[in-house]
Design a protein. Structure first.
Length: 662
């Protein structure tokens, strides 16, 4: 009993809870180690019997006159106990029975040898030979892994047999009794102490192992819970954007490998902002929850995956056979939500219930060449559904000018954009949240048609990448940024977005180096933003290009962290200088789960020793939250809108004037 357990015994002598817990642990230890102890006892006895029988040789040498009797006794005892322990082993007996058998074998082995050996006429040899009796005592304490009480009992039995022999069976002089008696007693005390310490050490090792296993299990449970939390939308309970993008990647890999066709269906709740404003945010949350549950229930038989893509937009991913099945599934989704009959009387389009617009796309041979394009097609189809009055379904059609990005006008515009000054740059400030000073600017490309109609980046960037025009436009943008901002010193740093197409282009790093040399700009004044969403896995050309760019001092930033497919793999693979957290995480901080997620991401990035920039700073509350979280850099409309370089110069002039004002 441990000292702690002894101190916690109740006043009436009964076991205290602490002592009961200790006893329960020791019983668990005995039960848990039963099989190993049983096997150790069986193996130990076989070895002990072999050694016991080998001592027949000293019998012939030292007490030859009775050697026949002692050897016979050895074989009888040894083989008998081996037979017993084999029977117990076959009967699956518990370890304590096998250990008691081994203890008895030690005692009887000593006794059955000692009785015939004491009849020898070689008195002096026998008296010296008896010292080997201590081996039986040592075996009980050191050779076998007996618990302390059994080993002490065995050792005491051997000691008593020794004293009985020298007092009654083979009397010895006082000097012999004193010397060899002291030796036997010393062996008893020493080996028993060692056995006690070994038992305690084994028990402590077991407790430590059990604690480690418990901690490992708890860690796995926490990891599973955290993984589930990180993959689940905190409001609706369906998969969040991160999880759905991982599933999209899995489906995409299956499509690339085995040709398993799948579809991506975007589902947008019609006039949801009006619903929120009219019925309140709680009712709006309830609406999203009901929509999500309805989608999950109706699509469960198809083993489709439902996720929340952001705001009031959901996404469905499922295996299909082609266009017809994709259209049928999308229509089933629309009907399912319409059948909920959730009242929405503030629509002003003749409808009285909540409905959804649905846009879909599916993998097709020789058409969709990357996953991001599939999502873009579904998004364009969704846009077409909204343009056609909402509460309808559209499946992407490459021949439809409302959804296709193959529009010849855009492609033609890109070919003449630089020459005809149809492309320009806008600069959005990046603010140091601690000093409130301008840390740098992000360069954003703008394009207009020949008739002056502006085009969204989502309209012309995919076309530029597909046609290869992004190479010329990208180098033009880098040169313009250097000339507009860095050479005049309007900002200490400028960031430019680069695509996978540019990074995989041969000579891109050399072309950038040439621009730096010609403009006299240091590479440290320039940063390239790489979006997490682009697929560059296994692209050795990309890695070499990034390495070459960093050699020129150019900083590499990870853009839109948390929205793409790479996630932690990117942080491990590339030596980024700064990580830009996507604006969606800041907008989700209205709820505790959203804030907790943002804090987890911040801790993760800081543990990598990287700078953090958060996008989407739209309100004063956002700036206060960023200050509270100790974020270094911020970007958003509240801190500064994108504009031409003249606006940047004007704002900087005003800021400097304020600082200089006494």
């Amino acid at each position: 009993m441990s000292q702690f357990a002894a101190r916690t015994r109740n006043l009436d002598g009964s076991l205290s809870p602490a002592e009961m817990q200790s006893e329960a642990l020791r019983q668990y230890y005995r039960d848990h180690t039963d099989a190993s102890r049983a096997n150790a006892a069986r193996t130990g006895l076989w070895l002990a019997v072999c050694v016991y029988l080998l001592f027949s040789i000293p019998d012939y040498i030292l007490i030859a006159d009775v050697a026949g009797a002692t050897i016979k006794a050895r074989f009888i005892v040894g083989l008998s106990f081996l037979a017993v322990i084999e029977l117990l082993s076959k009967a699956k007996a518990r370890a304590r029975f096998l250990e008691v058998t081994c203890a008895l074998a030690l005692v009887f082995g000593y006794l059955f040898w000692l009785v015939p050996a004491s009849q020898t006429v070689h008195a002096e040899d026998f008296k010296l030979y008896m010292v080997f009796g201590s081996i039986f005592m040592m075996g009980a304490n050191l050779f076998f892994s007996f618990f302390i009480m059994l080993s002490v009992a065995t050792s005491v039995a051997v000691l008593l047999i020794f004293f009985a022999t020298i007092f009654y069976l083979y009397p010895a002089d006082q000097t012999y009794i004193f010397v060899f008696g002291l030796f036997y007693v010393s062996c008893l005390i020493f080996t028993s102490y060692v056995n006690w310490k070994l038992n305690e050490e084994r028990y402590n090792v077991f407790l430590n192992a059990m604690e480690a296993a418990h901690q490992h299990k708890q860690s796995e449970l926490r990891g599973s819970a955290l993984e589930e939390l990180s993959n689940t939308d905190y409001l609706t309970g369906v998969e969040n954007r991160r999880a759905i993008e991982r599933r999209l990647r899995e489906k995409w890999n299956d499509w690339q490998k085995d040709g398993q066709v799948f579809c991506a269906i975007l589902v947008d709740v019609d006039f949801f902002k009006r619903y929120n404003d009219f019925y309140g945010h709680q009712a709006g949350d309830r609406c999203l929850i009901l929509v999500a549950k309805a989608l999950q229930t109706s699509l469960e038989p198809l083993k489709a995956t439902v996720g929340r893509f952001g705001g009031e937009e959901f996404i469905v991913v499922a295996h299909v056979t082609g266009r017809e099945q994709t259209a049928a599934l999308a229509e089933e989704i629309r009907k399912t939500i319409e059948a909920l009959t959730l009242v929405h009387s503030n629509r002003r389009d003749g409808q009285e219930n909540v409905t959804v617009s649905v846009g879909a796309s599916f993998t097709r041979p020789h058409s969709v060449f990357k996953l991001e394009r599939l999502i873009d097609e579904a998004d364009r189809a969704l846009y077409s559904a909204k343009q056609n009055g909402r509460n309808c379904v559209r499946v992407f059609d490459p021949a439809d000018p409302l959804t296709s990005d193959e529009n010849e006008n855009i492609a033609a515009t890109l070919r003449i954009a630089v020459k005809n000054d149809l492309v320009s740059m806008a600069y959005q400030p990046i603010i140091n949240m601690r000093t409130k000073q301008l840390e740098g600017v992000e360069a954003l490309m703008r394009l207009k048609m020949a008739d002056g109609t502006p085009l969204m980046p989502s309209q012309f960037i995919p076309v530029a990448e597909r046609t290869g025009a992004i190479i010329e436009l990208g180098l033009w943008a880098i040169r313009r940024v250097c000339e507009d901002v860095l050479v005049p010193g309007h900002a200490p740093l400028a960031t430019v977005n680069v695509s996978a197409t540019q990074l995989m282009s041969r000579g891109f790093a050399l072309a950038v180096s040439t621009i730096l040399d010609e403009t006299g700009v240091s590479g440290e004044q320039l940063a390239f933003e790489i979006t997490e969403g682009i697929d560059m896995a296994g692209q050795s050309d990309v890695i070499r290009c990034i390495t070459a760019l960093k050699a020129h001092g150019i900083r590499i930033w990870l853009d839109d962290f948390g929205t793409g497919f790479a996630g932690l793999s990117w942080l491990r693979l590339f030596p980024f200088d700064t990580v830009k957290i996507d604006r969606s995480f800041l907008s989700d901080t209205r709820g505790p789960a959203g804030r907790a997620m943002l804090e987890d991401i911040i801790r993760l990035i800081r543990n990598r020793g990287l700078k953090i920039l958060i996008e989407g700073v739209e309100t004063k509350d956002h700036t206060e939250l960023m200050e509270e979280l100790g974020i270094e850099l911020g970007q958003g409309y509240f801190l500064g809108r994108p504009g031409p370089v003249a606006d940047l110069v004007r704002v900087q002039t005003v800021r400097k004037a304020r600082v200089a004002r006494p």
